[in-house]
Design a protein around this ligand. Structure first.
Ligand SMILES: Nc1ncnc2c1ncn2[C@@H]1O[C@H](COP(=O)(O)OP(=O)(O)O)[C@@H](O)[C@H]1O
Ligand SMILES: [Mg+2]
Length: 258
């Protein structure tokens, strides 16, 4: 199968510091891929460079068979490569439904003749309700977004990203700041997303990683330290050492393999 996303020697420097250093990585259509690594490993930099928020200083990003390295984030998004934004993208005074409807409208555009506009409005609303249903927020459609809890806002952000009809969605630490219960329901939501949607998830909660990912890449000092199935990564000595030094090696990976 051809990769949907392919990074070839991807590099990003900040002055003399090379935060991402020659990374090769690929994500197949529908693949669930997690990116992990200790603080400062370069995960957020890699993430931003793939999304187009930051420009690469070397190497290339290829998406759906085309090079996108020099394209702006909006153009990558138009092609189906989307990232979630933490909190920044919500209109808190609008209803939950309107937030998603606005995201749907961004894709369809706005019709100017009244009869068409009215039809399109109904279609937009129906599509927005479907996205809310997929993230488990259908029951909250009429409430103000400000009334949602932290975890529910995250669910809403996912609905808004789905509205853009992505083929790959990138999440940067989606469960950061969530309670254990919110983390569990977020992981469930991600598991229920359409099978043909590829995901690249930066996540520090390794239980979540091993639950969701079919492939895990470990970044260390800007480079790929290991890449493999969750089982292979769990068993990898170099990975354990990178996280913890030599002590307490067994406490790192305690979650149930799935
Ligand atoms: N805007 C920046 N300017 C300079 N150095 C940065 C910047 N952002 C990150 N870094 C450095 O790049 C390295 C990787 O950081 P980052 O990508 O945030 O790693 P991670 O997300 O894995 O913790 C770190 O050494 C960090 O200090
Ligand atoms: Mg980070």
């Amino acid at each position: 199968m051809t990769a949907l996303l392919e990074l070839r020697g991807l590099t990003r420097s900040y002055g003399s510091l090379t935060a991402v250093d020659g990374v090769d990585l690929s994500v197949l259509p529908g693949e669930r891929h997690a990116l992990i690594g200790p603080n400062g490993a370069g995960k957020s930099t890699l993430f931003a460079t793939v999304a187009g928020t930051l420009r690469a200083t070397g190497g290339g990003v290829f998406f759906a068979g085309e090079e996108v390295t020099a394209l702006p984030e909006s153009e990558r998004a138009r092609r189906g490569l989307l990232r979630t934004y933490q909190h920044s993208s919500l209109f808190l005074d609008c209803t939950v439904l309107d937030n998603v409807a606005l995201a749907v409208q961004r894709v369809h555009g706005v019709a100017h003749r009244f009869d068409r506009a009215a039809r399109r409005f109904r279609r937009t609303e129906a599509e927005a309700r479907d996205h809310l249903e997929s993230v488990g927020l259908a029951g909250r459609a009429g409430e103000r977004a400000a009334a949602l809890s932290h975890g529910e806002r995250r669910q809403l952000e996912v609905a808004m990203v789905l509205a853009a009809r992505p083929s790959l969605v990138m999440f940067d630490e989606p469960t950061a700041g969530m309670s254990a219960a919110e983390t569990a329901s977020f992981a469930e939501l991600v598991e229920r997303l359409p099978d043909d949607l590829a995901l690249l998830i930066v996540e520090h909660d390794l239980d979540v990683v091993f639950r969701l990912a079919r492939r895990v890449t470990v970044l260390h000092l800007g480079r790929v330290l290991a890449s493999g199935t969750p089982e292979e990564i769990r068993a990898d000595e170099a990975v354990r050492t990178a996280y913890l030094g030599t002590a307490r090696t067994d406490e790192l990976f305690t979650g149930d393999p799935r």
